[in-house]
Write a protein that binds this ligand. Structure first.
Ligand code: GRF
Length: 219
């Protein structure tokens, strides 16, 4: 793919995933550009991280709109204005309406702090602890109309330790989030993701003869 993939990052919280993406862009391992950081919380740390990196930021609060579709229309408008090609949900704590999803078909990614389909929804780390899971982790997935139900792109597992608290487990999972989210975006940017039904296939890079040699296709 020529040119840089234009990312719009939606975040409500501290923004460590946003930061990981900024860092991978800055160190040259992710050929993409964050053209907008959008939050629904004016105090979100993600907005500060965006500003610090010189990225345009914007806050759209639900309370300023009569209903959710109206608020979502405003978000779609700013993302379109910024010519966003891929929407990245990075701790965006608000469900998106069908109108929003329809505006970016197969072009919205989310990261969830559990191995989906286990423990969807809120407080995934606490759910894993309470359930007594031995493994948890994180999942990057395309967003569909369900809660954390969309096609899975990448996952990483971590152990759940006997003495874990929500905090210690969250930190262990976050380290993996920061690794696989930029990686999933890179695969998308390179045009290497295919979705069939709900299964995502990662195809070989189109223009990398070395990889074809190492990994020849089965005739
Ligand atoms: C992460 O745990 C992510 O999986 C979840 O929200 C959290 C966001 O953390 N969706 P941060 O704001 O990126 O630090």
């Amino acid at each position: 793919m020529s040119g840089k993939l234009r990312l719009g990052v939606l975040a409500s919280g501290g923004g460590t995933n946003l930061q990981a993406i900024i860092d991978r862009i800055q160190d040259g391992s992710l050929n993409a550009e964050i053209v907008l950081v959008l939050s629904n919380k004016p105090t979100a740390g993600a907005l500060q991280r965006g500003r610090r990196a010189g990225i345009p930021v914007c806050c759209i609060e639900q309370q300023d709109y009569p209903d959710r579709p109206a608020c979502d229309r405003a978000m779609v408008a700013v993302l379109r204005e910024a010519r966003v090609e891929l929407v990245i949900l990075a701790g965006f704590m608000r469900l998106l309406s069908a109108q929003f999803l329809d505006a970016f078909p197969h072009r919205i990614l989310n990261i969830h702090p559990a191995l989906l389909p286990a423990f969807p929804g809120l407080n995934a780390q606490q759910q894993a602890l309470q359930h007594g899971a031995r493994l948890s982790g994180c999942t990057v997935h395309f967003v569909d109309s369900g809660v954390d139900t969309g096609p899975i792109v990448l996952q990483a597992a971590v152990p759940v330790l006997e003495n874990d608290s929500v905090e210690t487990l969250s930190q262990r999972i976050l380290r993996q989030e920061h690794r696989i989210y930029p990686e999933a975006i890179r695969l998308f940017a390179e045009g290497r993701l295919r979705i069939l039904d709900r299964r995502v296939t990662i195809v070989r890079p189109a223009e990398n003869p070395e990889e074809v040699l190492i990994n020849p296709p089965v005739a």
